[in-house]
Design a protein around this ligand. Structure first.
Ligand code: UD1
Length: 417
């Protein structure tokens, strides 16, 4: 059990290099199950979710080897087991990708119900609808999802809501299916394009990823190869918001600036200065931030995974801002923790009203989930005095070397084990 301890009221300045995308990595690792050959995945973030998925694949019979901290060689040819039911699997959201990948490879899968951050109900009915449409039978027994199919046959699948997980999972199940699968109303997040690029590099035939109609022409086999994971849009956004909130000047490097468009527009609107290059954005605070209205939406809208970090930044703005959370029905649970610091935030269902305050004060906080934990770090960096953050394990699931990166920018942050 470790805690983060932050001595706040510090302006953060300098350069930070963004790691590979967590949400791409946690889909691409399961996707390697479909490959009968050797894949080498580069730019993997060194985070706990990656370690857990690596162990899961090894326990199924794959042979994996870290060539360095961020490069994993995987030979999935030897996988013989089609189940993943260990308790650590049920704690993470992305374990649902094992379903699509195992179904695609073996026409069978048994995986523990996915857990992950608690934002209210997080059904997986659209994943199941997609698998059934491809010809699979599905039962849920003792919290284990059991799937089998005689054949998987491509078809048209319309998603009733835009779902990142369902879009990727259906792609995984369909790449080795017979015929063509069309996913309509697909999600368009950068990591969906990244997973499709990975699969195509290994021999899949997917077109349209990044639009709302994806077509997957089934192939009989995927072959091995190298793949480099896209930079993490949410880690990049977190550091951009750290610059804005701490009145700082941070150059966020190794990113794809176009992926950040919804955030850069909002930051400009509230008075932050931004300088964009080919693979970096420099974020400079020059004046008091102004209040704004935000609604979280599927990509290219404002990401729900930056909602808590944006909310903390808006505590530094003049006036009252509002954020409507339209993706998840209960993603403001962390606000109670921020109130301990003197934040004035009113929640009405899925809408938060955030009043700018002159000062936040250090407090003892408990991270309620991954991105809320990141938001609490921002609050601690801004606040006067000392802030401690418990439940750091949530933050470690998705941020690589967070203390090291922040310390290099001038933060006073350390871990107490
Ligand atoms: C993924 C991301 C998460 C991010 C979220 C939204 C991973 C591992 N997690 O989560 O970080 O916050 O996208 O960008 O990549 N829904 C259903 N039925 C389904 C599927 C989804 O009702 O079968 C609903 C969800 O409850 C939610 C909305 O659709 O209200 C979007 O969910 P989805 O995009 O699927 O999110 P996740 O894949 O769980």
């Amino acid at each position: 059990m470790s805690k983060l301890c932050i001595q706040g009221d510090t302006r953060l300045v300098g350069d930070v290099k963004i790691s590979g995308a967590k949400n791409a990595a946690v889909a691409i690792l399961p996707a390697t199950i479909l490959v009968e050959g050797i894949t080498i995945i580069e730019n993997l973030p060194n985070i706990n979710d990656v370690a857990i998925l690596n162990e899961a694949i090894v326990s199924m019979g794959a042979v994996t080897k870290f060539l360095d901290l961020h490069t994993l060689e995987i030979d999935a040819t030897t996988i013989y087991k089609y189940s993943a039911t260990e308790p650590c699997i049920s704690k993470m959201r992305a374990s649902y990708y094992l379903l699509g990948a195992l179904l695609g490879r073996f026409k069978k899968a048994e995986v523990a119900m996915p857990g992950g951050c608690d934002f209210g109900g997080r059904p997986i009915d659209q994943h199941i609808k997609g698998f059934r449409a491809l010809g699979a039978n599905i039962e849920i027994e003792d919290n284990i999802i059991k799937i089998n199919a005689d054949r998987l046959i491509g078809t048209r699948i319309y998603l009733d809501m835009v779902s990142v997980g369902a879009t990727i999972n259906i792609m995984l199940a369909a790449v080795l299916a017979e015929g063509t699968t069309t996913i309509e109303n697909a999600a368009k997040e950068p990591h969906i394009v990244d997973v499709a690029n990975f699969l195509n590099k290994m021999g899949a035939k997917i077109i349209g990823a990044g639009t709302d109609v994806i077509r997957i022409k089934g192939v009989s086999k995927l072959h091995g190869g190298h793949y480099n994971i896209v930079p993490d849009q949410i880690e990049a956004g977190t550091f951009m918001l750290i610059a804005a909130a701490t009145k700082g000047d941070i150059c966020v490097r190794n990113i794809i600036p176009e992926h950040m468009d919804s955030l850069t527009s909002k930051l400009r609107e509230i008075g932050v200065t931004l300088i964009e290059g080919d693979d970096y954005i420099r974020v400079i605070w020059k004046q008091k931030l102004t209040a704004t209205q935000i609604i979280t939406l599927p990509y290219p809208g404002f990401p729900t995974d930056l909602q808590p970090q944006m909310l903390v930044s808006l505590l530094q703005a003049q006036g009252v801002s509002t954020i409507v959370e339209s993706i998840f029905d209960n993603r403001f649970q962390y606000v109670d923790e921020l109130r301990k610091m003197g934040a004035n935030i009113t929640i009405d269902g899925t809408k938060a009203s955030i009043e700018g305050v002159d000062t936040l004060y250090g407090a003892n906080l408990v991270a309620t989930d991954l991105r809320a934990g990141a938001a609490m770090i921002i609050a601690g960096l801004v606040a006067k005095g000392t802030t401690t953050i418990d439940n750091v394990r949530y933050i470690d699931r998705g941020y690589e070397d967070i203390e090291k990166k922040l310390t290099a920018l001038g933060a006073q942050i350390f871990r107490i084990d």
